[in-house]
Design a protein around this ligand. Structure first.
Ligand code: ADP
Ligand code: ASP
Ligand code: MG
Length: 814
């Protein structure tokens, strides 16, 4: 015999019920079918009872909703003339329901016994309708009320099965050879007095397992809305995939730790008789599904799956009086057991000073009451503290039969979680080492699942989630480069870059699955919301995605104020914006500290020399023990461009204009021409060399005339460049008279730094520095006579974007 259970979604609509009948018709041997209530109906029944108890008449609306769901199914399953009888039967049950709800609201009293009667109606109605539909489709099916065969104790909502009695009556029912299909409502049962009991939420799976056991079935099929037991909950981990084969033990562990696809008690009755379980998808019947057997596969991944339970409370019992005192744990667990509280997780420090237990949050008040009562005397004597309760927690567990023979799994689990700023409240490892579990904050569940899934199941593809502020010249180029390179990076470096959010000063756009970079401008126009920096950061943190990177492509002075808050949340920061690193030393140092503390890279290669590897080279020199003795550099691509193009034919003002148009200057050209930009750059190099310097320590002899320095606005400033053309021509002439060229040079030596215009003679390495190029000469203990030279384009959107790109990839290699 085959036993097949169809869950709530599988029987949730006429369309799906037709699929179920098709699947049943294809069975070649006698079959027992177990059905759940129509998807969501059990929840509605519970909601209606809660409302009635509160005397809230909204319960009537819920009953109407339940009626509508069933009537719709009937209307789509049966021809007109057959609908009336079916509807009448459903209406009869719903009238009973209304009467019960009415009395609950009158008495303001709802016992477990009454609750069980109410929730049983879901399966009673669904099995009735499905039976009628089977008969109409010429399936030779008999409907058996599970309450007549599955006998239990008096725990109405979570009853214990009397296996002896149940087996006997089931065997008797199933011995009838004249039917092809036995149809049972799942979940429901009855006690000795024939009062309705239920087997716990999700209990239809268990009903099917009990029947499979009694029938000595060949197989137990669990038909649901996903294609098997997945490596992690597919609703939370998009990359999760169905596990082909898994052992009973592994399935039990996964379901115990929250893989809802299988109700935990289901395995036991079939395990005893070695009946395989096959989990299949009603909505996609051709999919292979998951086979659960005794076999424990050694091949494949050592970790078989990751599961989690939400709504967890952590109880901590601690106190000096607990050390070395026998019987404390026994009393603690005794107190919980007496009140029917199910313990999901236990850890005890070896000092015995404290015991941590995780339970369902709903039971935490009862737990506190009963434990504090049990230890009333010790609490009074200050030997034990009152029970501490923490909520909004979750348990996350790695499961696999063969984890114990592989070292390093728990190390990897916790380092991956740590690297993603998932705080761990408690850890437990079953003595059989089939699972390692940890208590974490509920907010971190999705991130933790995805992080662990990537680490243990995905071909080591690392996903980087980007939040990009500033999408003009540089930012726009960056997005273009990401689009063009994404396939290459995925294939060659196993990096997947996903741009989750973009923002300019007007609008921002969030797309959790990643913005399509083929038409981001249109999307921003159409779907973007009003830009708001604080909100941007808030949303980014709220998403709580692993490997998040905040990218600042602006020259704005407010954006850097948010870096600290990003880093403190383990969000990496990549910036071409120089303001943070050239602000007060304490701030720069604090950001570096946060970066180390929270393991969140803070990278700003493009602060100096755009895409040139200047800071990276400097960092490598320092890290390898070298020391910087002197720096000579031309660090302003824009000033270099300006002085290279400034000649007798082209006025200074014209050249500055051209540099602006070609995108080589800062949005405010005064930052470049006043030398402030170069001061910031040499300052950053000094700081990265290990010096504790401030911007004021750098000498700046401006080449600008007083009128330009006094200008208040950008247009005023640009006008002075025209009116003061004589001043600039004299500067040029003076250099030419000495056969020199004008270069704006930054120098550092012996703790002192300066920036300024210099006459560079022909034999100097700076003389032939073309266009907008930059050059840096590092003199170090190792590079004493011949400096280490880095030279190349030092301004421009394309090269700056590629430098930012490099930093982003570096965050992925942390
Ligand atoms: P049914 O109504 O068919 O009994 P359930 O809702 O009880 O279905 O169980 C199926 C659901 O279990 C899936 O839709 C999925 O959201 C959830 N689930 C959680 N963890 C897993 C997992 N590891 N594999 C598959 N499904 C899972
Ligand atoms: N209908 C019940 C529930 O929702 C039993 C089940 O579907 O397994 O809990
Ligand atoms: Mg279920």
């Amino acid at each position: 015999m085959i036993v097949a259970k169809f869950g709530g979604t599988s029987v949730g609509s006429a369309e799906n019920i037709k699929k179920v009948i098709q699947i049943v018709k294809e069975k070649k041997e006698q079959t027992a079918i177990v059905v759940s209530a129509l998807g969501g109906v059990t929840n509605l029944l519970i909601e209606a009872s809660d409302l009635a108890l509160k005397n809230d008449l909204m319960y009537e609306d819920i009953v109407d909703q339940i009626e509508k769901r069933h009537f719709e199914a009937i209307e789509n399953l049966f021809p007109h003339y057959n609908q009336t009888n079916c509807k009448a039967e459903v209406a009869k049950k719903l009238n009973q329901l209304k009467e019960i709800l009415h009395s609950i609201s009158l008495l303001s009293d709802l016992s477990d016994k009454t609750s069980a009667r109410i929730v049983s109606l879901g399966e009673i109605m669904s099995s009735f309708i499905i039976h009628q539909a089977m008969l109409q489709n010429n399936v030779n099916a008999a409907l058996i009320d599970s309450r007549d065969v599955i006998k239990t104790d008096d725990q109405y909502l979570n009853a214990e099965v009397d296996f002896e009695l149940t087996q006997k009556s089931l065997k008797n029912e199933l011995s009838n050879d004249s039917v092809d299909v036995f149809l049972f409502p799942g979940f429901i049962s009855s006690n000795e007095l024939n009062e309705t009991t239920t087997l716990g939420r999700g209990g239809s799976d268990y009903t099917a397992a009990i029947i499979a056991n009694a029938a000595d079935a060949n197989i137990l099929e669990i038909w649901t809305d996903v294609s098997g037991m997945y490596t992690a909950n597919p609703k939370l981990v998009r990359q999760a995939y169905p596990i082909e084969e898994i052992s009973y033990q592994e399935a039990m562990e996964l379901s115990h730790f929250g893989a809802k696809v299988l109700y935990p008690p289901t395995v036991q009755p079939v395990l005893d008789k070695r009946i395989p379980i096959l989990i299949k998808n009603t909505l996609s019947a051709k999919d292979k599904g998951t086979l659960i057997t005794k076999k424990s596969l050694v091949s494949g991944s050592t970790v078989k799956g990751i599961s989690h339970i939400e709504d967890i409370a952590l109880l901590t019992l601690e106190g000096n009086g607990m050390v070395g005192v026998p019987g404390i744990s026994e009393r603690l667990f005794g107190a919980l057991a007496k009140n029917g509280i199910n313990v999901k997780f236990i850890t005890q420090a070896s000092s015995e000073h404290s015991i941590c237990i995780a339970i369902d949050r709903g039971e935490s008040i009862l737990a506190k009451k009963s434990v504090d009562k049990e230890f009333e005397f010790e609490i009074f004597q200050h030997k034990v503290n009152p029970l501490i309760i923490e909520t909004e927690l979750a348990i996350i567990a790695l499961v696999g039969d063969h984890m114990k023979s592989h070292q390093g799994i728990s190390g990897r689990m916790f380092s991956e979680l740590g690297a993603n700023n998932v705080n761990i409240r408690a850890i437990a490892q079953g003595s059989t080492e089939k699972n390692i579990s940890a208590v974490i904050s509920e907010n971190d569940v999705k991130k933790a699942l995805n992080t662990l899934h990537a680490a243990f199941f995905e071909d080591q593809i690392k996903q980087i989630n980007l939040f990009v502020v500033g999408i003009g010249n540089v930012g726009g180029k960056l997005l273009e480069q990401i689009k063009l390179q994404s396939d290459y990076l995925l294939e060659k470096q196993h990096l997947q870059l996903r741009v989750v959010a973009i923002s300019n000063s007007r609008k921002m756009l969030f797309e959790i699955e990643g913005i399509d970079l083929n038409n981001w401008t249109d999307q921003l126009d159409q779907k973007g919301e009003k830009a708001d920096l604080e909100e941007f950061i808030g949303k980014m943190k709220g998403l709580n995605l692993r490997n998040s990177v905040f990218v600042d492509n602006t020259a704005n002075d407010q954006v850097p104020e948010l870096y600290a808050s990003c880093l403190s949340d383990s969000i990496a920061v990549v910036a071409c914006n120089k303001i943070a690193c050239s602000s007060a030393f304490d701030n720069y140092q604090h950001l570096k500290y946060l970066s180390r503390k929270y393991n969140a890279p803070f990278l700003f290669e493009t602060n100096v020399g755009a895409g040139l590897p200047i800071i990276d080279t400097l960092n490598n020199l320092i890290a390898s023990g070298d020391e910087i003795t002197e720096i000579q550099a031309v660090l302003s691509g824009s000033l270099n461009f300006v002085f290279n193009h400034f000649n007798a034919e082209k006025s200074f003002a014209e050249v500055v204009d051209q540099a602006g148009i070609e995108g080589y200057t800062e949005p405010d050209p005064r930052i470049d021409l006043s030398g402030v930009d170069v001061m910031r750059k040499i300052l950053i190099l000094m700081r990265e060399s290990g010096l504790h310097s401030e911007l004021e320590d750098i000498k700046n002899e401006s080449f600008l005339p007083q009128a330009s320095l006094d200008a208040v606005t950008v247009p005023e400033f640009l006008e002075t460049l025209v009116s003061e053309s004589d001043h600039f021509n004299k500067l040029r002439q003076a250099a030419e008279n000495e056969n020199c060229r004008l270069k704006y040079v930054a120098s550092y030596k012996d703790g002192k730094a300066s920036v300024g215009l210099q006459h560079i003679p022909k034999d100097h390495p700076f003389y032939n520095l073309d266009g907008k190029d930059n050059i840096v000469l590092f003199y170090t203990n190792r590079y004493k006579d011949q400096p280490l030279i880095i030279k190349g384009a030092g301004a421009g959107a394309d090269v700056t974007a590629s430098g930012i790109f490099g930093d982003i990839i570096r965050t992925g290699n942390k």
